[in-house]
Design a protein around this ligand. Structure first.
Ligand code: LIP
Length: 245
């Protein structure tokens, strides 16, 4: 028998606790040394033992407090879920290590991204960067925060003055297309930043560290939490011509 749907703030508390534990595991395993254990869509789309270990740990921690919830994780999909969330049920959306290539190379831009959705709408989310300790949080209608400060996005509306973050997929054909898009865009903007983790890009946009962010081909776990942070900071988060993000 499912209980009532918890408030976004309660789900955020759980998400923050799980993300902090997961982030510490990721940081520790990185310090111990990591190497790819598998690849996914292409030879550069790598999975490390830490990706898998962090996801297993986070899913177990979620199951402990909310055993009936559905869970979608990057590495194990819905495989460990109790099944799709029932109406009013909660579905957790997890990227155990967003920015896997950065993680593999020892670059600091990687994060644990964890969101909670109710009836398909993300209502709470956290993005935690293990190396810096930066932690972005948001609840639907409750604002976005980092270090206790409410976030407001950039007020820049002139494209020519915009600092724009983006990213590229793992597939060579998609990368060629994305390079073409970038070649058309770059003369019209201040500059481009490519940091390597969508969840962090979205959070940096939320606090005005970049003016905008775009990318094609992300998975739900890449943008679920960061997308809520960006939305709650006043950014428009959607696809082209108003399509879903
Ligand atoms: C990454 C995204 C990033 C994208 C990378 C990669 P991953 O996710 O966060 O925005 O440009 O190609 O997809 O694979 O590190 O979880």
């Amino acid at each position: 028998m499912r209980g009532t749907t918890p408030a976004p703030e309660e789900l955020l508390d759980i998400a923050v606790r799980v993300a902090r534990q997961a982030a510490e595991t990721a940081r520790r395993m990185r310090a111990e040394g990591v190497s790819p254990v598998a690849t996914k869509s292409t030879v550069t789309d790598v999975v490390t033992a830490a990706d898998r270990a962090v996801e297993r740990e986070a899913v177990a921690a979620l199951r402990e407090v909310r055993p009936d919830d559905a869970v979608l994780g990057e590495e194990y999909g819905d495989a460990e879920a109790a099944g799709p969330a029932a109406p009013g049920g909660v579905r957790w959306i997890l990227d155990p290590i967003d920015g896997t290539v950065n993680y593999l190379y020892g670059l600091p831009h990687y994060a644990v991204s964890l969101a909670a959705a109710v009836d398909g709408e993300v209502v709470a989310g956290v993005v935690r960067e293990p190396v810096t300790g930066n932690e972005w949080t948001a609840t639907r209608g409750g604002g976005a925060y980092r270090a206790g400060r409410r976030l407001r996005c950039s007020a820049e509306t002139q494209l020519g003055k915009a600092l724009v973050a983006t990213g590229f997929g793992y597939d060579a054909a998609r990368r060629a297309h994305q390079a073409g898009v970038l070649a058309q865009l770059i003369p019209h903007v201040r500059d481009i930043r490519r940091l390597g983790a969508a969840s962090i890009d979205l959070c940096l946009a939320a606090e005005g560290a970049v003016d905008a962010y775009y990318e094609k081909g992300l998975n739900l776990w890449d943008h679920a939490a960061g997308g809520l942070v960006a939305t709650e900071a006043g950014l428009r988060v959607d696809g082209l011509s108003g399509a879903p993000a």
